[in-house]
Design a protein around this ligand. Structure first.
Ligand code: FE2
Length: 324
């Protein structure tokens, strides 16, 4: 059986194709880049619409299958930007109706986790989900992914992008900042905000931006990333201890950061825990993760009627029952 998944929650329009054994046959994406940085939802949605057919055709060619061979069409129902979500949903509904095949409307955050578990073979990890809009520490408890701790203001990825913009870096700033981190030599004192198992990044960002031009840039970037990632590592360690787990799965776009991976790995080694990180193309937003979660839901009897498949901008991951 084959599932075709559509990701369109923010910058990325992605199409993935997965079979029921968990083999990823295609993972193709087009990514919206604004010359000004940041994202205007309607501009990204226009980009997704313009690229939809091309990306679908490339994915089908990569998988070597015909659209008629697809058994289920899946899309990311949320969370995400309304106009962007609607493009993916409309394309999926159309394909489902034309080809008379079932439809799955899945949670984007759960999809990040499930593709991570599939590809790394992590069994029952503490999940660190870090992307533009999301920063959450998660564990599976009683058939739902529960949020153990999360950001109280902005997502880690958005914080890095905003800071990068203030520095005059191109979007996405994350990979550039990550390289600069390793060039920094001296730590500059910046806010470190952990409240129980929650974190906050806005104060850290503001304080760092005030120092731009007044201190060496590499030291400033080093200190900003050091604090942000140390905060995340502290909360992750607390979650590991509290839930008595010994695995950490890092997912989401910021999971590509070598600086963050290094810090989490150090903590995991000290605790005899194991760190799992999928390949970059499956950390950042992608269609394969939507295809795979759609397949899991389909196998467990969960599909959705087209008429009831409206998008959910604030779709929480706890709403998805984990039946597998
Ligand atoms: Fe994401």
């Amino acid at each position: 059986m084959l599932s075709l998944g559509i990701e369109s929650t923010a910058h990325t329009f992605g199409i993935g194709i997965a079979n029921d054994k968990g083999k990823i046959l295609a993972n193709v994406k087009a990514t919206f880049r604004s010359p000004r940085g940041g994202i205007k939802p309607q501009e990204a949605a226009d980009f997704h619409l313009k690229n939809a057919i091309d990306v679908i055709e490339k994915a089908l060619a990569e998988a070597g299958v015909d659209v008629k061979d697809i058994d289920i069409f899946s899309f990311a129902r949320g969370p995400g930007l309304g106009p962007c979500l609607k493009i993916g949903a409309t394309v999926a509904r159309t394909l489902s109706l034309i080809h008379n095949k079932p439809l799955a409307a899945v949670n984007h955050c759960v999809a990040h986790i499930e593709i991570g578990r599939l590809l790394t073979k992590a069994k029952d990890p503490i999940i660190v989900y870090v992307s533009g809009g999301n920063t959450q520490i998660i564990a599976l408890e009683e058939k739902r992914y529960r949020v153990f701790g999360e950001t109280l203001d902005i997502g880690l990825g958005n914080m890095l992008d905003s800071f990068g913009r203030a520095l005059g870096l191109a979007f996405p700033a994350g990979p550039i900042l990550d390289k600069m981190y390793f060039q920094g030599k001296n730590y500059i004192d910046l806010p470190y905000t952990v409240k129980g198992t929650d974190l906050a990044f806005a104060g850290l960002q503001t304080a760092a931006e005030k120092l731009i031009g007044k201190v060496p840039t590499a030291d400033l970037v080093y200190s900003l990333l050091h604090n942000a990632f140390a905060m995340l590592t502290e909360v992750t360690e607390r979650a590991l201890a509290y839930t008595e787990r010994d695995e950490v799965l890092l997912v989401g776009g910021v999971a590509c950061s070598k600086a963050l991976q290094g810090m989490l790995l150090e903590m995991c080694k000290q605790r005899d825990a194991k760190l799992f990180v999928p390949k970059n193309e499956f950390c950042t937003d992608n269609g394969a993760m939507i295809a795979w979660l759609g397949m899991l839901e389909f196998i467990h009897g969960k599909t959705i009627n087209v008429a009831k498949s409206s998008v959910k901008q604030n779709f929480r991951l706890e709403e998805t029952e984990i039946l597998w």
